[in-house]
Ligand binder design. Structure first.
Ligand code: ADP
Ligand code: ZN
Ligand code: ZN
Length: 712
């Protein structure tokens, strides 16, 4: 909870708002304190006086009769107050994403701060924990790469211009090296400067942390680099956070949550793979770390560098030249690095028309032949299928029974390895029945394919294929099921890197970022689903995934030259001439983006419009939709500001309407003006709250707002 002290005015009664406490001396805004709340004692942040309340610090006001203020329980001594830019960031995020200030402020702090007593914290501050891996051992000297002409020109532009920048560079073009040089320059310019480097996923941090430490420890000290992500233990996270807050850490590497790190010297922000949907938080305050990074950079006067081989259409649009038709253009400066460094050419794209293949074939004959050749030559292949498990559903041949989840409007997925049926939405798990629960027939069969089945079929299809040393082909699978145990992903990736795997099967998890040097073939066996999805962003995501996957191939030019064969990206599709695959064939992201943006402009969809979702959960669909309908009617009646520029669509069930016995409904709000949508949402909040407290909506479980939603 955020609090304001020593004012007496109780500002909001909800737990996430501002509360007032008494204290003996005036405390500067940003001070961390412990305060009583009900019968508990909780962490609080002293907040700025809200507008309209004019209270010189330290001045006590007469309290209304009968009211007393509870005193704060203690100050977290030794911690500098959270600075004004940090507080502005938190306040902005709370306002923009329609959440309570205190909720956002507390979620932005390391969880351990909430539980440590001031004394425990003081002890922690006296002996700062060593960042994991940081030692005083001698570090190897700074890498001495000669930057390419493209890298040099990007670096020079970044040094000279204010940004924000969109670094549009092919996979393997050396974007990371550009990040490192820019960070180094920013840190050397000022002894107090700090940099924030964001990556989309936890499993991409380890590789990069090592690289950052190797580069920067010799320059800025062994403890200069710290990580911040949810895979760390409480004490590790606290140690990193304290190092950043105190200015000891010069570089913070983290996932989306790190955008809220306290960085008093922030001078440079990198958002790697800026298009990645993982930057959007999907619960609580549903913030976009990429968008907040842009805001924070502007606010704190730090340069912001977004990087991607397949930028989000939002960022691409912002980096188009401004024109009368495109007044939003020119907000970002686009830097282009088309060439791959030290890597072979981008792979040749081969499309297989599955309409011409035997029905129900998972692997077409030409793809299988190509994989076989690779194994025989001792090269690696990577096969992508974005669905884990053995089959998405079991069904009965006799009565049509399907393995529906009893709690969700979804099928339970068949996992053959442990003969279970598992719902990927609510987690409910059953043993596979021997007989059909509907009619008792023993003929229950899997329908459709998942990665487990892919692995099994490849095993059978390649059983006679030998490697150059006459040993059989080795197949491995990496997906959420094989990597549940801590460290499992790292060890499985290491096996692939060291050449102990010939064919790697997996979900999109393996397409992202990993540097597989010896892969010469990548295949997407069933990518069609995304082409006709009701989600207008599905083609964008598919294109990015396939370009990423293609970028995994042929990353080592010397190796490719020795092998003497070109690398290939295979796509099996019933629509091989689809615009997505045509653009992929030419590795032409700009053409793809222009085509998509034209469609979006014609349909007035983002980035040409701004959206928000309001979702309601209840025991029945009727209750959920009823709440949204009533809140809409109340908004119409109240004539809320911004309303004339906002379109409110009627409530509909979510694509997966029921999860864990909860019915879910949502309504879409759309506006050509971001400010109008914001005005309307802010004005609507109290109306939604009031509607919720009406007796006819008692059965409502919760409602929430998602601003700039990624999935509609
Ligand atoms: P990206 O992030 O654009 O996919 P990376 O930054 O990972 O590309 O670079 C690809 C490879 O090229 C890496 O192995 C990197 O060490 C190497 N590399 C980058 N810049 C240079 C350079 N100037 N000279 C030689 N190798 C480089
Ligand atoms: Zn049956
Ligand atoms: Zn379920």
């Amino acid at each position: 909870m955020a609090l304001h002290t020593p004012l007496h005015t109780p500002l909001h009664s909800d737990a996430g708002g501002l509360l007032s406490y008494a204290c003996e001396r005036p405390l500067p805004a940003g001070t961390l304190v412990r305060v009583p709340l009900g019968r508990r004692e909780v962490l609080g942040v002293v907040w700025d006086a809200p507008e309209g309340i004019d209270a010189p610090p330290g001045q006590r006001h007469a309290l209304p009769e009968g009211m007393t203020l509870r005193p704060i329980a203690g100050v977290l001594e030794g911690l500098a107050p959270l600075d004004a830019p940090w507080r502005r960031l938190v306040a902005f995020a709370a306002r923009y994403y329609q959440r309570a200030l205190g909720e956002v402020a507390l979620a932005a702090l390391p969880p351990q701060l909430r539980t440590l007593s001031p004394e425990q914290l003081a002890r922690r501050l006296r002996r700062p924990a060593q960042a994991p891996g940081a030692t005083d051992e001698a570090m190897p000297a700074t890498e001495t790469l000669t930057v390419s002409a493209e890298q040099e020109s990007a670096i020079a532009r970044i040094a000279a211009e204010p940004g924000p920048f969109l670094l549009f560079g092919s996979t393997g073009s050396g974007k990371t090296e550009v990040y490192l040089r820019c960070v180094q320059e920013a840190l050397q310019a000022n002894a107090a400067a700090q940099a924030l480097v964001l990556v989309p996923e936890i499993n991409l941090t380890a590789q990069l942390e090592e690289r950052l430490t190797r580069r920067f420890a010799p320059l800025f000290g062994a403890a200069a680099v710290v990580s911040l992500h949810s895979g760390m233990t409480g004490p590790q996270r606290l140690a990193s956070w304290l190092a950043a807050h105190s200015g000891r850490a010069r570089i913070v590497l983290g996932t989306r949550m790190a955008v809220f790190a306290s960085l008093p010297g922030l001078a440079f922000i990198v958002v790697d793979e800026e298009h990645d949907p993982s930057y959007k938080q999907q619960e609580g305050a549903r913030y976009s770390a990429r968008d907040l990074a842009i805001w924070r950079g502007r606010e704190q006067n730090a340069k912001v560098l977004l990087g991607s081989a397949t930028p989000s259409l939002e960022s691409w649009h912002a980096s188009r030249p401004p024109s009368p038709e495109n007044p939003a253009g020119g907000r970002y400066l686009r830097l282009h690095m088309p060439s791959r460094i030290g890597a072979g050419a981008l792979p040749r794209v081969r499309r297989v028309d599955m309409g011409q293949q035997p029905r129900r074939a998972l692997f077409s004959a030409p793809l299988l032949a190509a994989i076989t050749e690779r194994v025989a030559r001792g090269e690696q292949s990577m096969i992508l299928l974005n669905r884990r498990g053995y089959a998405p559903v079991l069904h009965c041949v006799d009565c049509g029974w399907k393995s529906d989840c009893p709690h969700c409007s979804a099928h339970q997925v068949f996992h053959k390895a442990d003969r279970s049926l598992r719902c990927h939405h609510c987690g409910s798990t059953l043993r596979v029945p021997r007989h059909c629960p509907g009619c008792g027939s023993p003929d229950i069969l899997p329908l459709g394919r998942g990665t487990e089945q892919l692995e099994e079929q490849l095993g059978a299809l390649l059983s006679d294929v030998l490697r150059p040393d006459r040993t059989p082909a080795r197949i491995a699978r990496i997906d959420a099921d094989t990597t549940r145990a801590k460290g499992a992903l790292a060890s499985q990736l290491a096996q692939v890197h060291s050449g102990q795997v010939d064919v790697l099967v997996g979900t999109q998890m393996i397409a992202k970022g990993h540097d597989f040097r010896r892969i010469t073939l990548v295949a997407a066996v069933q990518p069609d689903g995304a082409l006709f999805s009701s989600d207008f962003r599905a083609p964008e995501r598919l294109f990015a995934l396939l370009m990423q996957a293609a970028g995994r191939a042929g990353r080592d030019a010397a190796y490719m030259a020795r092998q003497g064969t070109p690398c290939e990206m295979w796509v099996q599709s019933f629509h091989p001439r689809h615009a997505v695959f045509e653009a992929l064939r030419r590795h032409d992201y700009p053409a793809f983006a222009e085509q998509q943006l034209q469609e979006r402009a014609a349909a007035a969809m983002p980035p040409f419009a701004y959206q928000a979702l309001v979702r309601a959960d209840a025991r029945t669909q009727q209750l959920a939709q009823g709440f949204l309908t009533a809140a809409t009617a109340a908004a119409q009646a109240a004539g809320l500001p911004g309303r004339e520029q906002v379109t409110l669509y009627p409530p509909v069930p979510l694509a997966i309407q029921r999860v864990a016995n909860v019915e879910r409904a949502q309504m879409l709000l759309e506006s050509p003006a971001r400010a109008a949508l914001q005005r309307f949402l802010s004005a609507w909040q109290p109306v939604l709250q009031a509607t919720r407290s009406q007796p006819q909506h008692k059965g409502l479980l919760r409602w929430l707002v998602d601003v700039d939603p990624l999935v509609i």
